[in-house]
Design a protein around this ligand. Structure first.
Ligand SMILES: *[C@@H]1O[C@H](CO)[C@@H](O)[C@H](O)[C@H]1NC(C)=O
Ligand SMILES: *[C@@H]1O[C@H](CO)[C@@H](O)[C@H](O)[C@H]1NC(C)=O
Ligand SMILES: *[C@@H]1O[C@H](CO)[C@@H](O)[C@H](O)[C@H]1NC(C)=O
Ligand SMILES: *[C@@H]1O[C@H](CO)[C@@H](O)[C@H](O)[C@H]1NC(C)=O
Ligand SMILES: *[C@@H]1O[C@H](CO)[C@@H](O)[C@H](O)[C@H]1NC(C)=O
Ligand SMILES: *[C@@H]1O[C@H](CO)[C@@H](O)[C@H](O)[C@H]1NC(C)=O
Ligand SMILES: *[C@@H]1O[C@H](CO)[C@@H](O)[C@H](O)[C@H]1NC(C)=O
Ligand SMILES: *[C@@H]1O[C@H](CO)[C@@H](O)[C@H](O)[C@H]1NC(C)=O
Ligand SMILES: *[C@@H]1O[C@H](CO)[C@@H](O)[C@H](O)[C@H]1NC(C)=O
Ligand SMILES: *[C@@H]1O[C@H](CO)[C@@H](O)[C@H](O)[C@H]1NC(C)=O
Ligand SMILES: *[C@@H]1O[C@H](CO)[C@@H](O)[C@H](O)[C@H]1NC(C)=O
Ligand SMILES: *[C@@H]1O[C@H](CO)[C@@H](O)[C@H](O)[C@H]1NC(C)=O
Ligand SMILES: [Ca+2]
Length: 597
């Protein structure tokens, strides 16, 4: 007979509709014959709520919203292929913590019973958001998984943690920081799994496979769970994680620091002309001239930006931008030739943060990443160009570290030197080491619980440097297997954790034309977890709209193997890079007395 309370509800609530519920007597709870209509009701969802899943959590039963959605179509995502005819139950409800007056809203899509395949998926956010709203949920239900997201308690699915992180000047909301850091996603997952079991009337002996999938800040959120909660996920798909948080957020101010410190303000048009030349120069170094850089390491060894001295550039005037964090007046037409000063800023930007004495503060971006953080803004009253403060760095420095409610400027920025940036990174690292930094390198508990991690990063990412992901992979490898040789430790890590650089890709998206993007990570992870199929290479698809071979399939190499093209680009192999190429990915962050994982 059904063993759980929810199975009891299933029978009593649905009556004759639950004709197959008795299958659970043989250890198989088949709900396939039940229609979406009959379960996607407020009463049934209220009875399925995960009320006892977490101590100290109180679910507001009256907050439940439920509606069935039929035959939905999803298209245009980089993280799952297009789907038609998806039917699901759309559920939201809120909860609070005993003794606190907080309200956190959860949002789940539960697939039609006919399509449920005993899977659950948590999804995450980007930037200062903990959620991608309903943009990532389709990638779950299409594979028979219920899928969830949380608003973190920040005031709705369109809100950001920065809306709530300061209670007043000098008063940081630590509860908000910890919800963002790791608590809210954990609660989303534990409750999502129980809701799924209850809703589909799974008996306790049936395995519910649990997964995570997100990119950028969502990637950091994924690591925050893998590092702390070994039983939450069987498989975590983590893209371009914004981890090593203090370094990651504040490095976005590096370009503005050097512009201000050296008083050099290149025109954006000059930097984009340099960028075009970088791609042109580095594209063929990988053995295939296809408009994208598959080997940014070889590019780094051979590129000299001074070769672009005297390059002509010309851009048309642009309209004003109303971005609240970075409002910009209209810009005039720009033209000229690339100067040594322009090249100096481009060089320093790519090289990444260093202290004035030359000690290294953080990793570099790869050539091909562009110069977004170095883009200057036009002052239409003076006719001058000046630095722009990238909003992630600005908010982290002012709100999280200094606890000052300043949204568009850093009052003393004109006094900042490269050493000020170093000191600010150190301060943020120490202050948030246990909640946002997210670099705990010992994943033994997750490995021992049987978990798998699929980690990927666009090689031309201009927001999170891919060398940051390489550094974490290498930290895990050397921390967990200190006495093994490189090859043996690599094999040991790869049993549960694989990392792939995505040739030519940008930040959580295809970048240069013809980039293969890993759009089928969820089915690949399902095969790894449920069938033991090791993703020796990562399945990818050319989804960039400017591609010459749209939808072509490709296979990405598992780190540290790198693509090598043969026969004028018609064949590709994955090979160990030579020592010089490998070493371009490895940094000695000697500006700090503490080791940076
Ligand atoms: C679940 O598994 C246990 C142990 O194998 C077994 O005793 C129990 O009968 C099973 N329950 C159901 C509902 O199959
Ligand atoms: C459970 O039922 C499904 C669908 O009928 C079937 O494919 C599967 O083999 C069954 N599993 C067990 C353990 O009986
Ligand atoms: C969904 O599509 C199926 C055919 O694929 C059709 O039979 C059904 O009526 C549609 N349902 C709704 C609610 O549109
Ligand atoms: C749409 O999905 C339903 C089940 O959700 C299925 O019965 C139907 O055949 C599908 N229609 C098409 C056109 O694929
Ligand atoms: C899902 O539910 C939420 C909350 O009620 C609602 O805002 C949203 O529009 C619903 N989505 C669909 C596709 O019905
Ligand atoms: C921060 O400043 C904004 C705009 O100046 C204001 O709306 C908000 O209430 C302030 N928040 C706090 C916590 O002071
Ligand atoms: C740059 O433009 C100038 C003036 O328009 C022209 O004389 C020169 O040949 C151009 N240089 C290159 C390298 O195209
Ligand atoms: C300068 O830019 C601001 C903001 O876009 C605009 O309101 C103003 O009209 C501009 N002034 C001139 C002289 O173009
Ligand atoms: C830019 O970097 C290259 C290579 O590191 C170096 O040779 C060159 O002197 C630098 N140029 C400037 C203007 O800083
Ligand atoms: C908060 O601090 C900022 C920066 O020091 C200041 O501009 C603002 O006036 C302060 N707000 C309040 C309410 O004190
Ligand atoms: C691999 O990607 C191709 C498209 O590039 C797709 O057709 C295939 O189903 C994917 N394989 C897996 C395991 O998802
Ligand atoms: C090499 O490939 C490029 C790009 O596909 C093509 O234009 C060129 O003709 C090829 N060269 C040879 C020698 O086949
Ligand atoms: Ca190429």
């Amino acid at each position: 007979m059904p063993s759980s309370l929810s199975s009891f509800f299933w029978v009593s609530v649905l009556g004759a509709a639950a004709v197959t519920a008795s299958d659970s007597c043989s250890g198989n709870t088949s709900t396939a014959a039940v229609s979406l209509d009959s379960v996607c009701t407020t009463a049934y969802v209220q009875q399925s709520l995960p009320v006892d899943a977490i101590d100290g959590v109180v679910i507001d039963v009256d907050s439940v919203t439920v509606n069935a959605v039929y035959n939905a179509t999803f298209s245009g995502s980089d993280f799952f292929p297009d789907f038609t005819n998806q039917s699901y139950c759309n559920v939201t409800f809120s909860y609070s913590h005993t003794g606190r007056s907080d309200t956190i809203v959860l949002w789940y899509w539960l697939p039609a019973p006919a399509n449920f395949q005993n899977r659950y998926l948590s999804t995450g956010g980007g930037g200062y958001s903990i959620t991608s709203q309903d943009n990532s949920l389709p990638g779950g239900i299409a594979y028979g998984a219920s899928a969830g997201t949380t608003d973190g308690g920040f005031g709705g699915f369109e809100a950001q943690v920065s809306d709530r992180v300061l209670l007043a000047n000098g008063s940081l909301s630590y509860e908000t920081v910890y919800n963002f850091g790791y608590k809210a996603i954990h609660e989303l997952t534990v409750m999502g799994k129980q809701l799924t079991r209850n809703f589909f009337s799974m008996d306790t002996n049936t395995t519910l496979y649990s997964y995570y999938q997100a990119c950028s800040e969502g990637g950091r959120e994924g690591w925050s769970q893998v590092q702390r909660f070994p039983d939450d996920f069987d498989g975590a798909i983590i893209g371009a994680p914004a981890m090593r948080y203090s370094h990651q957020q504040l490095q976005h101010l590096w370009a503005a620091v050097v512009e201000s410190y050296y008083n050099i303000y290149p025109k954006p048009c000059a930097l984009s002309a340099i960028q075009t030349k970088v791609v042109e120069f580095c594209d063929p170094l990988d053995g295939k001239t296809d408009g994208m850089i598959s080997r940014s390491d070889l590019c780094m060894l051979q590129l000299d930006l001074e070769d672009f001295l005297g390059l002509n550039y010309s851009c048309e005037a642009t309209a004003a931008s109303t971005n609240p964090y970075n409002p910009q007046p209209a810009t005039p037409a720009q033209s000229g030739t690339v100067t040594l000063d322009d090249i100096r800023i481009a060089n320093l930007t790519l090289d990444g943060p260093k202290a004035l004495n030359g000690e290294r503060v953080y990793v570099s971006w790869q050539p091909g990443a562009g110069f977004g953080d170095a883009d200057t803004v036009y002052d239409n009253t003076t006719g001058d160009w000046s630095y722009a403060l990238q909003s992630y760095g600005l908010i982290f420095a002012e709100m999280f570290i200094r606890e000052q409610n300043v949204s568009t400027t850093i009052p003393d920025f004109a006094d900042w030197t490269p050493d000020t940036l170093r000191d600010m990174i150190y301060r943020g690292w120490q202050k948030f080491e246990d909640v946002l930094q997210t670099t705990w390198p010992d994943l033994s508990a997750f490995r021992n619980a049987g978990g798998k991690v699929l980690h990927f990063h666009g090689e031309s990412d201009g927001s999170v440097p891919p060398a940051s992901s390489v550094r974490y992979f290498e930290s895990v490898r050397s921390t967990m297997y200190p006495s093994l040789s490189y090859n043996d430790s690599l094999a040991a890590v790869n049993e549960f954790y694989r990392f792939y650089l995505v040739e030519g890709a940008g930040h959580c998206s295809p970048g240069q034309c013809n980039t293969p993007f890993p759009q089928t990570n969820f089915p690949v992870m399902i095969e790894w977890v449920e069938q033991g199929i090791d993703p020796v290479t990562l399945n990818a698809t050319v989804v960039s709209s400017c591609a010459t071979d749209y939808l072509a399939n490709d296979q990405l190499c598992s780190w540290p193997l790198r693509p090598v093209y043969h026969n004028n680009g018609t064949e590709k192999t994955c090979e160990f890079p030579d020592e010089a190429a490998f070493n371009t990915w490895i940094y000695d962050l000697n500006a700090f007395p503490m080791y940076v994982y």
